[in-house]
Design a binder for this molecule. Structure first.
Ligand code: PLP
Ligand code: TYF
Length: 390
């Protein structure tokens, strides 16, 4: 039967990892896949993670099954970090541990499909390349609309307003909670307010993807739009990832939270989330979530984590400032947040930046600002000039 299969293209972002490794030039710069690297160019295991792993090694006395919900203490301890202390949505919120933010997106998509198979998912483009395939493979119709104009690096707010205004009640709106991937362009507070009003007016359900909390302006600031949206609407989904802000990428740590209209619906949502987890992965992998739980249970380890996350955030914003200072045309980079900015360029130009200059960014022109050093800014700007991008 396998002869029936058609060969499919590799994920182009993940393919960049191999291409970069294979390049033997000394001055090569990796602005490809979205992982953080430090001033030494390493993606270290965070200090608090090492401490928690040590603690788990010494104290964990069983690896018996936890169940499809995973580590519920992990899910509970993340809640104040994401949602704050407001009791407003407390009893209408239920969460489940998932394999990464990707697992949360998939589970949330399937939950929507079960609850309302006719719901369309509105997706602003460009977006993370996995968004549309995840919703599509959960058998939901995806409706894309232009979100950003890369040439001007501006949100197309009228396009967003139009997309939401013409949506049907019950349609789902995918929103990046902070640190938009791939553009680094987040809505202003004013734009978020307008979106909240449209969600309410047209009875739309926000599905917030929060994969980079703490890597934009800090934990609290990065959560503010999510909290504001949740205050405004009746129902919502939140796909959360700890893979970037705890540096746990390959451990696959995330959670899906669902906010229901009233406390009566909580049990229904909870039982469906567990049932969908069972048919997808039965139970999520434990180790990464146990690390995060251990950190959040300890005041000392939490403080270590927060301090290192702040260092990471400052380093990224320092790299942004260095690029902006090296070229006036790149001033917008210092106003954008998170790991990414997306320059407007052709695939050929991105390929030339790799081949001629050893500067690896996605074919789309997306660059990972966490992959450079401030001292690389001059070389990056020179290469962009040589290829006619500036
Ligand atoms: N959502 C966005 C916007 C992302 O960039 C990523 C990155 O991988 C994810 C979700 C998924 O995160 P995870 O690696 O936890 O599955
Ligand atoms: O956008 C990125 O680079 C990260 C990592 O299929 C990633 O989100 C990229 C592609 C993919 C999974 C993770």
């Amino acid at each position: 039967m396998f002869e029936q299969l058609k060969t499919r293209p590799a994920d182009s972002l993940l393919a960049l990892i191999k291409a970069f490794q294979a390049d033997e030039r000394a001055g090569k710069i990796d602005l490809g896949v979205g992982v953080y690297s430090d001033a030494m160019g390493r993606t270290p295991v965070m200090r608090a993670v090492k401490a928690a792993e040590q603690f788990l090694l010494e104290t964990q006395d069983s690896k018996k099954y936890l169940g499809p919900e995973g580590d519920l203490q992990f899910v509970r301890l993340l809640q104040p970090i994401i949602f704050g202390k407001s009791p407003a949505f407390g009893e209408r919120l239920v969460g489940i541990q998932t394999p990464g933010g990707s697992g949360a997106l998939r589970l949330g998509a399937e939950l929507v499909q079960v609850a309302n198979p006719l719901a369309k998912v509105l997706l602003g483009t460009p977006s993370w390349p996995n968004h549309a395939p995840i919703f599509g493979s959960a058998r939901l119709a995806v409706k894309e609309y232009p979100f950003v104009d890369l040439a001007s690096q501006q949100v197309k707010i009228e396009s967003v307003v139009e997309a939401l205004s013409f949506a049907n009640p019950g349609d789902v709106v995918l929103l990046h909670g902070c640190c938009h991937n791939p553009t680094g362009i987040d809505f202003t507070t004013e734009e978020w307010r307008r979106i909240a009003e449209l969600l309410v007016a047209h009875k739309l359900v926000p599905f917030i993807d929060l994969a980079y909390q703490g890597l934009g302006d800090g934990l609290e600031q990065d959560a503010a739009p999510t909290r504001m949206i949740l205050e405004a609407v009746d129902e919502a989904l939140i796909a959360y990832s700890c893979d970037k802000n705890f540096g746990l990428y390959r451990e696959r740590v995330g959670a899906l939270y669902v906010m229901t209209r009233n406390a009566d619906d909580i049990g229904k949502a909870e039982s469906n989330m567990a049932a969908l987890a069972r048919v997808n992965w039965s139970m999520p992998p434990d180790h990464g979530a146990a690390i995060v739980r251990t950190i959040l249970e300890s005041a000392e380890m939490s403080a270590m984590w927060r301090a290192e996350l702040e260092e990471m955030c400052e380093r990224i914003n320092g790299n942004r400032a260095a690029l902006a200072a090296a070229a006036p045309d790149l001033a917008f980079i210092s106003r954008q947040r998170g790991l990414f900015s997306n320059l407007s360029m052709s695939r050929e130009t991105a390929a030339a930046l790799r081949a001629t200059h050893g500067i690896y960014m996605a074919d789309s022109g997306r660059m990972n600002l966490a992959g450079m050093q401030p001292s690389d800014a001059g070389a990056i700007v020179a290469a962009l000039r040589a290829e006619g991008c500036l």
